[in-house]
Design a protein. Structure first.
Length: 586
């Protein structure tokens, strides 16, 4: 603890978050004795995420404990993991010190159920990681499952509970909290040097004062250590999105999205559903352009090796960042209130630069709307080759447009970036305007009203999601500019967070009926996932994409679009959770 810190420093969240805002990219490591099972139990492949196999296979705690006796990660090498993260361009590491299974992956003195006392390995890997992180200048952060503990008799357990050795009515959460969770987090904060984040997870029904105790504990021991949002009750130091969720809007508050590289966090031998390098880079650029950090997961094996598929992708990302680092670390969040769907725009006020990350259109003529600042020079970041450009202003439409003539061939196999050098700091018209034939309408840009004059219940979360949509009278309206006459396909993106196999009653986030009004037209639709977007793994949060129909705009100009529910299915506190409505020119 730094004793020179004053009470003001202790409370200064901005100071605590300085390194986090600059970091942009981190490595999440899900590593535990579950890796030993690699996704199978008693010869059967178990569906669901690897680190939660105990729950998915309904393994009683006494049987699960046996796995520890075979856990011997002799190939673990902290130096290799940390240098891999560094080569990939990652600036922090968040590793599971204790997951929901209750097993401590470090030498804990308050529970013998830990890697030193309960496995043949008998060694504390967190000591090595702390030393390697110090040596290579990465921040070490610990994931700690504060609420769920499927091993401690009093820890919270996922419902429905499979192991009734300690039935819910006999549980005393505070006993678990006082004898295991608080002492273990204290150990993590006092034995491994400075910690970047205590990454709490799944607060569940954790009462306010308990979340507060978990948060205060961190700040009291290490005032500069950050508390993750999943401490619960809005007490985290930054905003967190759900697993694999990328918002459609930029946010001035610091935030983070944690994401899988395949469909699991903890190692699963059968999961080969790897995202390709291009997709991972697009996610990085997209998250950074909106002001967030990308926490990308690896799930090492029981031997202690990061899977080769992950290594290969991380190396490729690192090579891309060698060339494009300025477009990510120096630039960061773009000063426009919305991001185009064709890619991501990062910006740097001080250097008077904008970076266009080209996801889709990478060659030929390309138009960007709303840039009011004069462009002095445009070039491709990879080759330095000049990009011819022209700027125009249409006074009738009050529309600034910039046309770039991109090279005939993509200049990067994954993600080419065009750089604009500007005469002054970038000024971008904040009025929501179609970009590259797309319009993204989300919670932040919506006006909310109650059709019946009553106070609307629907809310926009700090993360920009439209939530708590319990009343059919609550409507959303957007006002925007369309740059040419034409017909647009409308897609609704909602989130689903249900577990259909466990509770068939909550089988699908669908059935809500809406009426959409725009330019004198009415389109009715029901939320149903389009077949081609059906999620691959039903245990993760996922996007439900509904094709709503089409609307046409007779001329360039300003329009409004209203989304009116006809029937809302609001059950168990869950209604439609809207991420965005996307209009694409046909
Ligand atoms: C969810 C899961 C947990 C995983 C975490 C990663 O909260 O319950 O298994 O570690 O997501 O963000």
């Amino acid at each position: 603890m730094d004793l020179n810190l004053t009470r003001a420093d202790y409370c200064d969240n901005e100071k605590r978050l300085e390194w986090f805002r600059a970091a942009k990219f981190g490595m999440f490591i899900h590593w535990g004795i579950y890796a030993q099972l690699a996704g199978s139990w008693k010869g059967k492949e178990i569906p669901g995420i690897g680190e939660q196999i105990m729950r998915f296979a309904e393994i009683p705690a006494v049987e699960y404990r046996e796995i520890a006796k075979d856990f011997n990660p002799v190939k673990f090498n902290a130096e290799e993991w940390v240098t891999l993260a560094k080569r990939a361009g990652m600036r922090y590491i968040v590793i599971t010190a204790k997951h929901h299974d209750g097993f401590a992956m470090y030498h804990s003195h308050c529970s013998p159920y830990n890697i030193v006392d309960a496995t043949p390995y008998r060694h504390d890997p967190m000591k090595d990681l702390a030393a390697a992180c110090q040596k290579h200048g990465l921040k070490l952060c610990f994931y700690y499952s504060q609420y769920q503990d499927w091993d401690h008799p009093d820890g919270a357990v996922h419902k429905p509970q499979w192991d009734m050795t300690y039935p819910p009515e006999r549980k005393d959460f505070h006993r678990y909290m006082n004898e295991k969770a608080i002492p273990q987090v204290t150990e993590l904060l006092t034995s491994y040097g400075p910690i970047g984040v205590i990454w709490y997870d799944t607060p569940g029904q954790c009462p306010y004062y308990d979340s507060m105790r978990f948060a205060d504990l961190v700040h009291a021991i290490q005032p500069e250590c950050i508390v993750s949002p999943r401490v619960g009750n809005d007490l985290g130091d930054y905003i967190g999105y759900g697993d694999n969720q990328v918002p459609t809007s930029t946010n001035a508050l610091p935030w983070e999205t944690c994401a899988t590289m395949n469909d699991t966090w903890g190692f699963k031998a059968q999961d080969h559903n790897w995202k390709d390098t291009g997709s991972l880079l697009r996610l990085l650029a997209s998250i950074v352009s909106k002001g967030g950090n990308y926490l990308l997961n690896v799930g090492p094996t029981a031997q202690g090796l990061i899977p080769p598929e992950s290594v290969e992708r991380l190396e490729a990302i690192g090579r891309w960042l060698q060339v494009h680092g300025d477009a990510i670390y120096t630039a960061g969040r773009c000063l426009m209130p919305y991001q185009p769907e064709w890619g991501a725009v990062t910006g740097c006020k001080e250097q008077k630069k904008l970076y266009f990350h080209l996801f889709e259109k990478q060659t030929g003529s390309f138009v960007f709307n709303g840039l009011q600042t004069k462009v002095l020079r445009a070039y491709m970041m990879e080759t330095g080759e000049a990009v011819p450009f022209a700027q125009q202003y249409n006074s009738a439409l009050e529309l600034h447009s910039l046309t770039l003539e991109l090279p005939a061939q993509p200049t990067d196999p994954y993600l080419p970036v065009a750089v604009l050098e500007l005469e002054d700091e970038p000024e971008i018209d904040p009025f929501l305007t179609e970009q590259g034939g797309r319009l993204v309408l989300n919670g932040f840009s919506a006006a909310i009203s109650g059709k019946d004059g009553a106070h609307p219940q629907v809310q926009v979360s700090r993360a920009g999601l439209v939530e708590n949509w319990s009343r059919a009278e609550d409507c959303l309206t957007w006002t925007f500019k369309v740059t040419a006459a034409g017909s647009y396909r409308v897609e609704l993106n909602t989130f689903s967070e249900k577990y259909p196999e466990k509770d068939p009653e909550m089988s699908w986030e669908g059935g809500h009926r809406f009426l959409l009004r725009a330019a004198g037209q009415k389109v009715e639709f029901t939320v149903t996932a389009d077949e081609k977007y059906r999620p691959r793994d039903l245990y993760l949060w996922h996007n439900v994409v509904t094709n709503c129909g089409t609307v046409s705009f007779p001329a360039a100009g300003i329009y409004t679009l209203t989304l009116e529910p006809q029937e809302i299915r609001y059950e168990k506190g869950l209604g439609p959770k809207l991420k965005s409505l996307v209009l694409t020119a046909e």
